[in-house]
Write a protein that binds this ligand. Structure first.
Ligand code: HPA
Length: 272
């Protein structure tokens, strides 16, 4: 079965359990599930029930699609995402983005946990992503192009929507949340970077590093979605001395920062 037919099957299945089409898609990264507490939830569908969805294997990613509303906007929220390092083919990692587009979304808001590379960053800070450098997988558009999704060659000169960045900055200042803006560097993981790698990532102009987001953004751009993305800085990769990181610590900081991220996302939704 080709990918278009798989997307159609997943969409048909999901359409049957919702009363309103979502307009905005949201991806909540590791430990960032707090946002759904403020939502008016209509339906929650475990990934394992959705035709052709892979099943996420990482602790902290519970794996469900939630439909509901917040700030008057109809949302579809991915609680837990798929990573290339889990062993999923890249086409499966990005499959949910295509499904969300065909469910009706025009805008995608992405969050992730990332290591700080900019020396001015502190653990628990938020960074709006204004550009990226992608080394996290092969390009998810490799293979025959499906014109129903988008063009063969996708422009990536401005993947992150400027007006959404402006709106998020305004919301942050109203809420008194300090916010950074910068470049996200994606790696495959699952090992964290060596000190030399963090130095290289800083040298090429990145501010934060993480193991997701870029394939999702490429697929979103291919389909003409407006994209907003934000990192929670869960650790400071750039350090002179050894700085051991564990996934548990990353999750702990993400959990602690989740309310701040949620407040910002909710505020942004009312501005969209
Ligand atoms: N590197 C890569 N991915 C990450 C990091 C990091 O330092 N922190 C959280 N996710």
């Amino acid at each position: 079965m080709d990918v278009v037919e798989k997307v159609r099957e997943a969409v048909r299945f999901l359409d049957g359990s919702i009363t309103r089409k979502p307009e905005i898609g949201i991806i909540l990264g590791s430990g960032l599930g707090d946002f759904i507490k403020s939502m008016d939830v209509e339906t929650s569908v475990p990934y394992s029930e959705i035709p052709h969805f892979p099943v996420s294997t990482v602790d902290g990613h519970s794996g469900k699609l939630i439909f509901g509303s917040l700030a008057g906007k109809h949302l579809v929220v991915m609680v837990g995402r798929f990573h290339f390092y889990e062993g999923h083919p890249i086409g499966e990692v990005v499959f949910p983005i295509r499904v969300m587009k065909f469910l009706g979304i025009h805008t995608l808001c992405i969050s992730n946990a990332a290591g700080g590379v900019n020396p001015s960053f502190r653990v628990g800070d938020l960074m709006i992503i204004n550009d990226h450098i992608g080394f996290s997988s092969i390009n998810p558009l490799i293979g025959p192009n499906e014109p129903l999704f988008g063009p063969r060659f996708t422009d990536m000169s401005e993947p992150y929507d400027k007006s959404l960045i402006g709106a998020a900055r305004k919301v942050a200042s109203t809420l008194g949340i300090d916010i950074h803006e910068g470049v996200y560097f994606s790696v495959t993981g699952p090992s964290y970077e060596t000190r030399a790698e963090y130095r290289m990532i800083k040298l090429v102009g990145a501010d934060a590093v993480g193991m997701s987001t870029v394939p999702e953004v490429i697929i979103a751009c291919h389909m003409g979605l407006r994209v907003f993305a934000m990192s929670v800085i869960t650790d400071l990769g750039i350090r002179d001395e050894a700085n051991r990181i564990t996934h548990e610590e990353v999750l702990e900081i993400a959990n602690a920062t989740s309310p701040k991220l949620s407040a910002l996302l909710s505020g942004l939704l009312s501005e969209i």
